[in-house]
Ligand binder design. Structure first.
Ligand code: CUA
Length: 303
């Protein structure tokens, strides 16, 4: 039976019982009062009330015990002794997740915090089911224990509205089969291998495209385009590198003011990654600016 039909049936039966109650009261209304019967009825109703209280109280105690025993949040003070620990930092509008590969079959402790505003760290299984979540709060580290049963690519999604690009605040977490010691190493070897151009495109897709969009076209009046941008096109890359490493805000570009804060990426990108993504921006979407070296980036990391 489809759910709507079940609900419909329950509603009809309930409505019929209430209607019969009204009919009973109407039929009784015309009869003269009988003191003895009234006394009996009062007594019966008191007994029923007492039983209803006992039944509901027992149901409450048993229900609380059965459900709160499995309270999904582990104790937050002290150590949790999980075999794997993943540090998670939320920022408008990215997740920094280290490491981003874990093993199935043994417990993972997520230590979740935020660098700016409240976010919510939620993990979705490859089939789209949400499996666990906790708040990412500035100034606090919330601990979350989870044991993955099924390997695959899990998706992290922010579930706390945190500003303009909240819905884009996603990241991936790889879960490999337990006992497969080689798998995480192979995965990181594979990501360490790509050429500068591949690395640049990958970092751009993960960190920059959220705001500046896939083809560097930006978002009108919110995020500036990088295609044709004077700083990205400049022969002297100093300002470009400084902006990527250390962020900017209230920038006036071609006469337009962009109020949105761009985060600095120095803490999240290696010099190689920063150089690769800067070169990606300098040579894509029609841009033709001289490329930078890893050394150029290193020199401006701690200006
Ligand atoms: Cu972070 Cu929504």
């Amino acid at each position: 039976m489809v759910l709507q039909n079940v609900a419909w049936t329950i509603w009809l039966v309930g409505a019929a019982i209430i209607a019969l109650g009204f009919v009973f009261v109407i039929v009784q209304a015309g009869k003269p009062a009988d003191d003895e019967e009234t006394r009996k009825a009062t007594h019966t109703s008191h007994v029923l009330q007492a039983w209803a209280f006992v039944v509901l109280f027992v149901a409450f105690v048993v229900g609380s015990w059965a459900t709160l025993r499995n309270f999904p949040i582990p104790p937050q003070s002290g150590t949790l002794d999980a075999q794997q620990v993943v540090d998670v930092i939320g920022r408008q509008w990215t997740w920094q997740i280290k490491p981003d590969t874990v093993k199935a079959g043994s417990t993972v402790e997520f230590r979740v915090t935020s660098d700016d505003v409240n976010h919510d760290f939620a993990l979705y299984a490859p089939d789209g089911r949400i499996v666990t979540q906790t708040q990412a709060m500035p100034g606090y580290t919330n601990k979350l224990l989870y044991t993955f049963d099924v390997p695959g690519t899990y998706t992290v999604q922010c579930l706390e509205y945190c500003g303009l690009m909240h819905a884009e605040m996603t990241q991936q977490l790889q879960v490999v089969a337990g006992g497969d010691e080689a798998a995480p190493a192979t995965a990181s070897a594979a990501t360490a291998a790509p050429s500068g151009a591949e690395l640049g495109a990958k970092v751009y897709g993960e960190k920059c495209a959220v705001c500046h969009q896939a083809k560097g076209e930006g978002m009108p009046n919110v995020f500036p385009p990088l295609a044709g941008d004077p700083v990205v096109m400049a022969a002297d890359a100093t300002e470009h590198i400084m902006t990527v490493l250390h962020g900017t805000h209230d920038r006036v570009i071609n006469g337009k003011t962009y109020a949105a804060q761009m985060p600095g990426w120095a803490s999240q990108l290696t010099n190689e990654e920063a150089a690769a993504v800067i070169n990606h921006e300098r040579t894509s979407w029609g841009n033709q600016a001289p490329e930078v070296t890893v050394k150029d980036v290193a020199a401006l990391r701690n200006p």
